[in-house]
Design a protein around this ligand. Structure first.
Ligand SMILES: Cc1cc2nc3c(=O)[nH]c(=O)nc-3n(C[C@H](O)[C@H](O)[C@H](O)COP(=O)(O)O)c2cc1C
Length: 367
C-alpha cells in the first residue's frame, strides 16, 4: 500500500490498523526547539475520543499517546517524532458477520477488489481510528502555528438538516454541547433529530467548518500545490468526507462576478484589505491575508443496524445486520481531524514558503 505519507517538509506517515496492537504516526521535518509534551498531544486526542456521550460510539478507548522519539528535555530535537497509541477496546467478534459480506458504504468491496485480501475487523486502514495519527501530528503542527500567531477554530456547522447560520455563531458554546456546535439551541434541535434517527437504527451526515485567523498573505505554491488544492486533498482524504468548499464555495457557482469579487481597500493601518471574503482567504492558490474559511461535508455513518441488502464475497445476494458499536453521526468527532489536517498543510506550506524569495534565504544565511 502506498499513500500513507503526506507533506513535503513537515511530512507525516500514519501507520497501524484499528484492531492491531497499536496505531500512530511518524512526523519528519518538525523544526528543533519546539516545546512538546505528551499532554499537548493528549489534549487533541481527547477531543476525538469516542464514548464521551450518547451520540458517539460506546467503545471505550483511552487513546493514551506515547512519544517514542524526537524530543529531549521537553523540546523537539529536529529528528523524526514517533507517536504511538495502543489499541485497547477491541471486540473483533463484533465484526465476525462481516468477514464474508460487503458492508454498503464501506471500503470492504474496494479493498478486496484491489488486494484480494482484507482485515475485516473494523475496516483496517479505512477505520476511523486511522485518524489518531493525523490528530497527534495535527497537535504538533498547531503548536508551531501558535508560535507564529496563527489560530484555528473548527466546529460542527450542521447535523443533518439542522444548520447553524453564521449570524447565530456563539463560539463559547462549542464546548458546551455534544456536537461541538456554536449554538446550544441548534444542538438541542440536533439531539431531537438524532434521537429519532437512532430509534429508526439510522445515521446522519453533517458539515464541519474551520476558520483560520492570523494567516500571512502568500502561503501556498501557485500551480499543483495551491493552498486550496492541498487543503482539499488532505481534508477529503479523511474517511466519510465527501466534499469541501472555501468561502462562498458551492454558492459562488450561482453568483455573479459583481457580487462574488471581494473589493480591495486600504485599512486603518494603511494595509491592503478586502471588504468581503467570498474567496475564503485564498486567491490564486495563495493565502490573501484574510481569514481562511473552509467547510467539509461529511456523509452519514455507513454502519447502521438496519437490515441492508448486499452481497457475499462468494457473489450471493444476502441481508446484512451490522453488530458492533458505531457513531450515529461522524461529523462532531471528525471536527478535530479536519482541524488537524488543516494545521498540517499550513505548517508544511509555511515552511516551504521560506525559500520563495532570495531576500529570505540571504537574511537566514548572511548574518
Ligand atoms: C473520526 C471518524 C470516525 C468514524 N467512525 C465510524 C463508525 O463508527 N462507523 C462507520 O461505519 N464508519 C465510521 N467512519 C467512516 C468510515 O471510516 C468511512 O466511511 C469508510 O472508511 C468508507 O470511506 P468513505 O466514506 O471515505 O468512502 C468514521 C470516520 C471518521 C473520520
Amino acid at each position: 500500500m502506498s499513500g500513507s505519507s503526506f507533506g513535503k517538509i513537515f511530512r507525516i506517515t500514519t501507520w497501524g490498523e484499528s484492531h492491531g496492537a497499536a496505531i500512530g504516526v511518524v512526523i519528519d521535518g518538525c523544526p528543533a526547539g519546539l516545546s512538546l509534551s505528551a499532554s499537548d498531544i493528549q489534549a487533541f486526542l481527547d477531543r476525538r475520543k469516542p464514548g464521551q456521550n450518547k451520540y458517539t460510539t460506546k467503545r471505550q478507548e483511552s487513546d493514551l499517546v506515547e512519544i517514542l522519539s524526537g524530543t529531549f528535555d521537553g523540546k523537539t530535537t529536529g529528528t523524526p517524532i514517533s507517536l504511538l497509541v495502543r489499541n485497547q477496546d477491541q471486540r473483533s467478534k463484533d465484526y465476525g458477520n462481516i468477514a464474508s459480506v460487503y458492508r454498503p458504504g464501506h471500503a470492504d468491496y474496494t479493498f478486496d477488489s484491489k488486494y484480494g485480501f482484507r482485515d475485516y475487523r473494523g475496516g483496517g486502514r479505512s477505520s476511523g481510528r486511522e485518524t489518531i495519527g493525523r490528530v497527534a501530528a495535527g497537535a504538533v503542527a498547531s503548536l508551531i502555528l501558535n508560535e507564529l500567531g496563527i489560530s484555528l477554530l473548527a466546529f460542527t456547522k450542521a447535523v443533518g438538516p439542522v444548520v447553524v447560520d453564521e449570524t447565530e455563531y456563539c463560539f463559547d458554546e462549542i464546548s458546551e454541547n455534544p456536537f461541538n456546535m456554536p449554538s446550544n439551541a441548534r444542538a438541542e434541535e440536533a439531539s431531537a433529530y438524532l434521537d429519532t434517527l437512532i430509534e429508526h437504527l439510522d445515521s446522519a451526515g453533517g458539515i464541519i467548518e474551520c476558520i483560520v485567523k492570523g494567516m500571512p498573505a502568500g502561503i501556498g505554491e501557485p500551480v499543483f500545490d495551491k493552498l486550496d488544492s492541498l487543503l482539499s486533498q488532505s481534508v477529503v482524504s479523511i474517511g466519510a468526507v465527501k466534499a469541501i468548499e472555501f468561502g462562498s464555495g458551492f454558492k459562488a457557482a450561482a453568483s455573479n462576478g459583481s457580487r462574488n469579487n471581494d473589493a480591495f481597500s486600504i485599512g486603518e493601518n494603511s494595509n491592503i484589505c478586502k471588504e468581503t471574503n467570498h474567496a475564503g482567504g485564498i486567491l490564486g492558490g495563495m493565502s490573501d491575508g484574510s481569514d481562511l474559511i473552509l467547510r467539509a461535508y461529511v456523509k452519514p455513518t455507513p454502519s447502521i443496524a438496519q437490515p441492508q441488502k448486499t452481497v457475499t464475497t462468494e457473489g450471493k445476494e444476502t441481508e446484512l445486520i451490522i453488530k458492533g458499536r458505531h457513531d450515529p453521526i461522524i461529523a462532531p468527532r471528525a471536527v478535530v481531524v479536519v482541524e488537524s489536517m488543516i494545521a498540517i498543510v499550513l505548517t508544511d506550506l509555511l515552511l516551504q514558503n521560506m525559500s520563495s524569495r532570495l531576500d529570505s534565504v540571504k537574511s537566514f544565511y548572511k548574518k
